[in-house]
Design a protein around this ligand. Structure first.
Ligand code: GLU
Length: 276
């Protein structure tokens, strides 16, 4: 069945950009009698605030959306560990103890997610993994899969170029999976057929496509929509003064009217849609 999802991380409140994203996913599913899922992506240990999940549900209901909720990521840890073990058994993961500062100092390229990991620990022996994160050896993985393609509804067919993102972390030091591994597994488990999310995650899709191939997962289509930005071109964020949905809801604003405006691409003063 045609299935979309909204997958917020409970590490900060939702704002209009999230509402825009959720409405797109919701409406695309509703238009064809499909399913619209809510998945709480709460494996970010220290930064996850459990109380935010209920606030998110209240925000979505206030916007007039209806959804089916699937299990949160914290309930799926065993499936992430299993998949990581399979990739390890294929010789595709290596332990890495580099800090962010080490990487920033050694990196010579910048990819869609910041400095590209320069491969410092590639070839590290499996014995040295105490307190390590695990990275995927992208070149080795691509040699196994051969060229891969994926389709974005808006941008068309893409050749997967996960090497631009570099050897990303799949198993964090402090969690059994990174966003890349968890979200890819969950979208497959949840039967998501159209992954809708902002263009800021376009680059991550190259890695997700590679993981699907390695793990034998179904390949959905993607819809990376434009981002709502403020007058400086920065993504909306509460710390930059963009009121959260909960602020607006508790302040008495009409959520359905806001949803209506977002559907017409009408935004409050100072906010616009950046398409690239
Ligand atoms: N949990 C991610 C976020 O809140 C979204 C991930 C996705 O849509 O793939 O930014």
């Amino acid at each position: 069945m045609f299935t979309t999802r909204f997958a917020p991380s409970p590490n900060g409140p939702l704002h209009l950009g999230h509402a825009y994203s959720a409405i797109i996913a919701h409406d695309l599913a509703r238009a064809v009698d499909g399913r619209f899922l809510l998945r709480i992506e709460d494996i970010d240990g220290a930064r996850s605030l459990p109380e935010l999940a209920d606030i998110f549900r209240a925000d979505l209901a206030w916007l007039g959306l209806e959804w089916t909720e699937v299990p949160a990521q914290s309930a799926r840890l065993a499936s992430y560990a299993d998949a990581a073990e399979r990739l390890r058994a294929m010789g595709l993961l290596y332990p890495c103890t580099c800090t962010r500062a080490d990487i920033a100092a050694a990196a010579s390229e910048t990819g869609p997610e910041g400095p590209v990991y320069p491969g410092t620990c590639r070839g590290t022996s499996i014995g040295d993994c105490e307190g390590a994160a695990w990275r995927i050896d992208v070149a080795r993985a691509l040699a196994l899969t051969g060229p891969l393609y994926w389709t974005d509804e808006l941008a068309g067919v893409q050749r997967a170029i996960p090497d631009r993102t570099g050897d990303v972390v799949l198993v964090r030091k402090d969690a059994p999976a990174s966003y890349h591994l968890a979200a890819t597994l969950d979208d497959a488990r949840d039967g998501v057929s159209l992954v809708t999310r902002g263009r800021d995650l376009f680059g991550a899709t190259h890695i997700h496509r590679l993981l699907q191939e390695l793990l034998g997962l179904p390949v959905p289509q993607w819809h990376h929509h434009g981002l709502l930005v403020d007058g400086t071109g920065a993504k909306l964020a509460k710390r930059r003064g963009s009121p959260s949905l909960a602020d607006r809801r508790l302040g008495g604003q009409d959520g359905q009217e806001i949803a209506h405006d977002l559907r017409q691409n009408r935004f409050p003063a100072g906010i616009s849609l950046a398409l690239s």
